[in-house]
Design a protein around this ligand. Structure first.
Ligand code: SF4
Length: 64
């Protein structure tokens, strides 16, 4: 199965300008999980901009 980077990028809300993991969701997820974080797409546009990707920040802002 091939990685569909183009399609993934259409869903990606990450505003961090220089990340080579954009569109490579599996790498992005592993990178952040190792640091007890979650990727940008777990956050709203406003919260994502703070670059605080901690699980605590996710729980704080999550609105089912
Ligand atoms: S969420 Fe993190 S790893 Fe994923 S594209 Fe943005 S900066 Fe890169």
């Amino acid at each position: 199965m091939e990685c569909n980077i183009k399609r993934n990028l259409s869903f990606c809300n990450c505003s961090y300008p220089v990340c080579e993991k954009k569109g490579k969701c599996c790498e992005c997820l592993h990178y952040h999980l190792k640091r007890k974080e979650v990727p940008a797409c777990f956050f709203s546009k406003e919260v994502e901009k703070t670059y605080d990707r901690s699980i605590e920040n996710f729980i704080k802002h999550y609105k089912g």
